[in-house]
Design a protein around this ligand. Structure first.
Ligand SMILES: [Zn+2]
Length: 294
């Protein structure tokens, strides 16, 4: 899956170190899901050097600025940074001036398709952290400008002491089976048009297994039994932690599809599954696991 980058090692210990020569910046567009990559790099993902923006790596005393270079995490010897900013045209003009013409905006989903593998995972994970920093510049309790933590990754309000931590939303992916068939779906109105499995966010007060039962009932109108945990996957594109489960249809009910969310919900036989193992998403791995391909 996308997070499986061995032998490279992901290290999310929080640091305040300024960027070195090898370090990279994951720089996103002012609006929309786009990231700056080197022009003409072919299938490769080449991120700009973080050192271009070294002058925006500021001391704690200077954090009222509208542009700040933020350390994110490291993979092996490379540290990854992003820019936290106010999204204004003036600030973005300044960013593009520093960046020059060598880099252009590319769709975020490109990171799922291209290598090197650790940079695909870096872009995904940076997107989650970038969104969290962007949305927590101001205190949700009193409106003051928040400041990044010194010892750990959080944002702290100097006025009311409110402290917020990165947002991770747990969600389930469910492989519902009936004999040699698995329940496959397609989402309505999404960019991704391929097959999916039943999926949904955990609501407050639920266990993962409760969410499995509720989501399968809501999306397909089916009772389930024998719920077994499979694997999990961090999915930074949507700030999710995905929890994969398999379960069996309990009884022989017809599928009653949720027309608001899905365009298709059908039983597909194991030997008629068209998907092949891509080693990126938990959904794909679960489909291919049921198929017997992995
Ligand atoms: Zn506050």
């Amino acid at each position: 899956m996308i997070q499986d980058i061995a032998p490279a090692v992901f290290d999310n210990v929080y640091k305040l170190t300024p960027p070195g020569e090898k370090d990279r910046i994951v720089l996103f567009a002012a609006a929309g899901r786009k990231v700056y990559l080197l022009v003409d790099a072919g299938e490769e993902i080449v991120l700009p050097p973080a050192s271009l923006f070294a002058s925006f790596h500021q001391e704690q005393a200077m954090l009222s600025s509208k542009l700040r270079l933020q350390y994110l995490f490291s993979i092996d010897e490379t540290s990854y940074y992003t820019l936290v900013h106010d999204g204004s045209e003036a600030v973005f003009a300044e960013i593009e001036k520093v960046l020059g013409d060598a880099y252009e905006l590319q769709p975020l989903f490109l990171a799922r398709k291209s290598g090197p593998r650790e940079d695909a995972f870096a872009v995904e994970t940076a997107w989650q952290l970038y969104g969290w920093y962007r949305d927590n510049r101001f205190c949700g309790r009193c409106g003051s400008l928040m400041q990044p933590g010194v010892k750990e990754r959080n944002m702290c309000c100097p006025t009311c002491k409110n402290t917020v931590y990165p947002k991770i939303m747990p969600a389930v992916i469910v492989g519902v089976t009936k004999g040699d068939q698995i329940l496959m779906t397609r989402y309505k109105g999404r960019e991704y048009g391929g097959h999916a499995l039943i999926a949904g966010f955990c609501e407050i007060g639920e266990t993962g297994e409760d969410t499995v039962r509720r989501e399968v009932m809501e999306e397909a109108g089916i009772h389930v039994k024998n719920i077994r945990y499979y694997k999990s996957q961090p999915w930074g594109f949507e700030s999710d932690l995905l929890l994969g489960y398999f379960c069996e249809a309990d009884g022989d009910e017809e599928i009653r599809m949720d027309d608001d969310e899905l365009s298709e919900a059908v039983w597909i036989k194991r030997d008629e599954i068209e998907e092949h193992f891509e080693n990126m998403s938990l959904t794909n791995e679960m489909i291919c696991h049921f198929k017997g391909e992995i």
